[in-house]
Write a protein that binds this ligand. Structure first.
Ligand SMILES: *[C@@H]1O[C@H](CO)[C@@H](O)[C@H](O)[C@H]1NC(C)=O
Length: 450
């Protein structure tokens, strides 16, 4: 990425500068206003002929620029100094093809996320390809070309898919693009208008087992287009199923309790799906497909289900070998890490090695359970043992502790002073909302067969 457009760098500087020097006293009327802004994205143009081969090789992708023209974005002052994109009249042989897209006919609700992605350390991937119609349409008799561009903001950011139609007739003497077989504008760009777009707010979600989720999907279309169908599908481990279908005014849930609000759909272009009482079988990739008679576009989002473990610590005193058993129950997904810590009164806590593990047990609902054991060594004054469990569903590790006293009286009478369970449900809840941040944390996998 050596050739980052300079405007982008300037934009990030402008934003960080505005954030750094923003005393509220000097900006009492710092209200946000809508400012039309050009958004420039680095894209790939897929130039393979779909009718020739099943898969495009990397050789079939070339660099392209996509300029979303005059998109209204909220300006808090940071957009000042951002100049609009200007094409170059002298098109070099190897310069990327530039698509200009007018968004006057549709709304792009996630435009700001696309604009600010670079500055927030996220990346936007953008791919443009020719749009192929499902069936031969009257519109294809027009002297226009259609493209579809798919934009995704990394790290669970939003996704936008939009259909662009080329504008304008070829002037005599116009330069033609060598591979696209299209006339270029005097500025050397391909001028298009966005006629249809489908957006999702996020591409990855994690929710608790048993909770309900709203899967976001919205669309916007040019005047004259009508909505004909919305379909939600779930794809998981190679198999697909229909979850909800809405066709010309009729909604039908194929998954129990799935709802889509027709009012929201028709008035606000909101095709969000609500799923109550999440089970593990609800996990997978959800595809929201929106259709008009002419166009069809979709968004894909991955839903993960989480179940936090319940942790309990017990002392067992079998065979004159007292041991502590940490029971970790009802968690999902499988990966969990267990750490044992031993602390003598007034001493420093030390990690205990040599813990053993039970088999992993699977419950009817699909959640897992496991036990971890260590030998209890109270020492002369007694010791506190802590079982610490780390799991992707937890914002902080769960800890359970127990104090073990030395054997003073007859054999086998280990004294237990207290056992406390720190079950921070509030943190748990918080943890889910910050799930994306914590899911990248490395977690040791534990698969013991003994
Ligand atoms: C879309 O509809 C869902 C309910 O189906 C609602 O929860 C959500 O807030 C709506 N989104 C917007 C942006 O209106």
């Amino acid at each position: 990425m050596g050739s980052e457009p300079i405007w982008r760098l300037l934009l990030c500087l402008a934003i960080s500068g505005a954030a750094g020097t923003d005393p509220p006293t000097t900006a009492p009327t710092a209200e946000r206003r809508w400012q039309p802004t050009d958004i420039v994205l680095d894209c790939f143009l897929v130039t393979e002929n779909r009718h020739q081969g099943a898969f495009a090789s990397s050789g079939d992708r070339e660099r392209a620029l996509l300029v979303l023209k005059q998109v209204p974005v909220q300006d808090d002052g940071s957009l000042e100094g951002i100049t609009d994109f200007e094409g170059s009249t002298e098109t070099k042989h190897d310069s990327p093809v530039i698509f200009e897209a007018s968004v006057d006919l549709v709304q792009i609700p996630q435009a700001e996320a696309l604009l600010h992605a670079d500055c927030s350390g996220k990346a936007v991937t953008c791919e443009i390809s020719q749009y192929f119609f499902k069936a031969r349409q009257e519109a294809t008799l027009e002297k226009a070309h259609w493209f579809i561009s798919n934009m995704q903001v990394s790290r669970g950011g939003p996704g936008v898919s939009m259909v662009m139609k080329t504008l304008g007739d070829a002037e005599t003497g116009a330069v033609w693009h060598p591979t696209l077989n299209l006339p270029l504008s005097p500025q050397g760009t391909v001028k298009t208008e966005v006629e249809f777009q489908v957006t999702s707010e996020t591409q990855t979600l994690s929710h608790l087992l048993g909770s309900s989720v709203s899967l976001h999907c919205s669309f916007s279309m040019a005047p004259g287009l009508v909505l004909t169908a919305v379909e939600w599908r779930l794809q998981h481990k190679g198999s697909g199923q229909l979850i909800y279908s809405w066709k010309t005014g009729q909604g039908q849930a194929k998954r129990k309790g799935a709802t889509l609000e027709p009012e929201q759909l028709l008035r606000a272009g909101n095709a969000s799906l609500t799923l109550p009482n999440l089970a593990l079988k609800d996990e997978g990739n959800y595809i929201c497909q929106v259709s008009t008679p002419l166009y069809q576009a979709q968004q894909v989002m991955l839903l993960s289900i989480l179940a936090p473990p319940k942790v309990q610590l017990n002392l067992e005193n079998k065979d004159k070998l007292p041991s502590l058993i940490c029971n970790i129950a009802g968690y999902y997904p499988l990966d969990v890490a267990v750490t044992w810590i031993r602390e003598e009164l007034g001493g420093i806590p030390a990690q205990v090695s040599g813990a053993s593990f039970s088999n992993i047990r699977k419950s009817m609902t699909g959640t897992y359970s496991i036990s971890s054991m260590v030998t209890a060594e109270p020492g002369p004054t007694g010791a506190t043992y802590i079982c610490q469990v780390t799991h992707v569903s937890l914002e902080e590790p769960l800890t359970v502790s127990m104090r073990v006293l030395p054997n003073t009286e007859q054999s086998g009478a280990f004294g237990v002073i207290f056992a406390s369970i720190v079950f921070l449900s509030a943190l748990l809840f918080l943890g889910l909302h910050r799930q994306q941040a914590s899911s990248s944390r490395s977690i040791r996998t534990m698969r013991h067969s003994g």
